[in-house]
Design a protein around this ligand. Structure first.
Ligand code: TXA
Ligand code: MG
Length: 355
């Protein structure tokens, strides 16, 4: 199929495109659109056949449920059997925003959207194009990240076009997303509530408003038959670049010399080598850059949001260059660092070397 690609700078001025996209969703089609976290691949959340098209376009396993995106609170009522009081508090505080909540689903939500589960994930995005599209469609929009299954999530429209051109009806280019990592997922059907995927809304932020929440322990562990993550999507190797990616952890000087040594030996074998570093550490890698390594600065170590913002783009850039071996440093795991290390650890296939 031919994919319509449009650029929307201003929701009001470009409303005709939003309306066109809304009509595609109403008719059971697929639209790629920006949110504040990553680009999503949307379809009518209440139409099982439309949801099935998402799985086909992404090559996504059918047991992996979708997030229903809403544009106002009244849309939530029909999707869920009840709204627990703590969920209400979180919604007031963090919606619209990068937080997805899990509720018990009502009859209205087809199991084709929830991967067969009796629960439904819901999020109100903080992006005008996304909310305008939901309004125009007049229905909650089921939207996973807009990448092919297994690829890093798209943070610019070009990534969506790379993965989805010819596979979906329309892509709305709304520029670069603000955050670059997927939403925090919190299961509100258990007590205490449980974080199923870390993101910009951190555990500390949640604890502060509703008291202690806990992490699903499986999200920081290696995949294991006995410890399955509650969010089915978290069990897959995800976010992965095509090259062989390893991360080094430990004392800064030792990490740098281990990366330089590994990179140099691969360069000598004639392999293509990439290094992911920070503004603070870039100078350490100038020499191997001169030897031919592609050294990419991912952001500012003291501002983790800059690293979150560039993470998927950096991984995709190495894919485009066909880089065979990629080396990176680990980051501190406080606040947003937990979400960053969760994604990087998976991208590296749990290949973290302590030095
Ligand atoms: O920021 C985001 O959340 C982005 C944008 C587009 O909104 N969406 C996104 O969707 O990351 P996706 O499909 O790539 O990730 C959704 C995750 C998966 O790991 C899935 O297993 C989990 O949410 N999930 C969805 N519904 C669930 C449910 N009812 N119970 C447990 N986990 C659920
Ligand atoms: Mg995804």
């Amino acid at each position: 199929m031919d994919t319509i690609i449009v650029k929307v700078n201003d929701v009001k001025k470009d409303y005709n495109y939003i309306e066109q996209a809304g009509n595609i969703i109403k008719a059971g089609g697929l639209v790629g659109f920006p949110t504040e976290t990553v680009y999503g691949l949307g379809a009518d959340a209440l139409n099982e056949e439309a949801a099935a098209k998402i799985y086909a376009a992404k090559g996504r396993p059918s047991d992996n449920p979708l997030i229903a995106h809403i544009s106002n609170i009244s849309m939530l009522d029909s999707l869920v059997t009840e709204i627990p009081p703590k969920a209400k508090v979180l919604m007031d505080k963090f919606w619209p925003g990068p937080m997805t909540l899990i509720f018990n689903k009502s009859e209205v939500v087809p199991k084709g959207t929830t991967g067969g589960l009796d629960t439904v994930a819901v999020r109100m995005p903080d992006n005008e194009i996304a909310r305008g599209l939901i309004e125009a469609a007049g229905t909650p929009i089921a939207a996973p990240s807009g990448n092919l299954s297994g690829k890093p999530s798209p943070t610019i429209a070009e990534h969506m076009i790379d993965d989805m051109d010819g596979r979906i009806d329309m892509i709305i280019d709304g520029g670069m997303v603000g955050m670059g990592l997927e939403s925090t997922i919190v299961d509100m059907t258990c007590e205490p509530p449980m974080i199923l995927r870390p993101g910009f809304i951190t555990k500390e932020m949640l604890d502060e408003v509703i008291g202690e929440v806990e992490y699903d322990k499986a999200i920081f562990a290696k995949p294991d038959e006995n410890l399955k993550p509650k969010a089915p999507g978290m069990k897959y190797r995800h976010y992965a670049p095509s090259g062989d990616f390893s991360m080094y952890d430990g004392d800064e000087k030792k990490v740098v010399s281990a990366i330089v040594e590994a990179a140099t030996s691969k360069l000598k074998e004639g392999k293509s080598v990439g290094v992911i570093t920070t503004y603070q550490h870039y100078d350490y890698f100038k020499e191997i850059e001169q030897l031919g390594a592609q050294v990419i600065t991912i952001g500012d170590e003291s501002r983790l949001e800059t690293i979150a913002n560039n993470l998927y783009k950096v991984l995709r850039d190495f894919d485009k260059k066909g880089t065979e071996f990629i080396y990176g440093e680990t980051f501190r795991e406080d606040d947003l660092g937990k979400a960053i290390m969760n994604r990087l650890t998976k991208a590296a296939g749990y290949n973290i070397i302590s030095v």
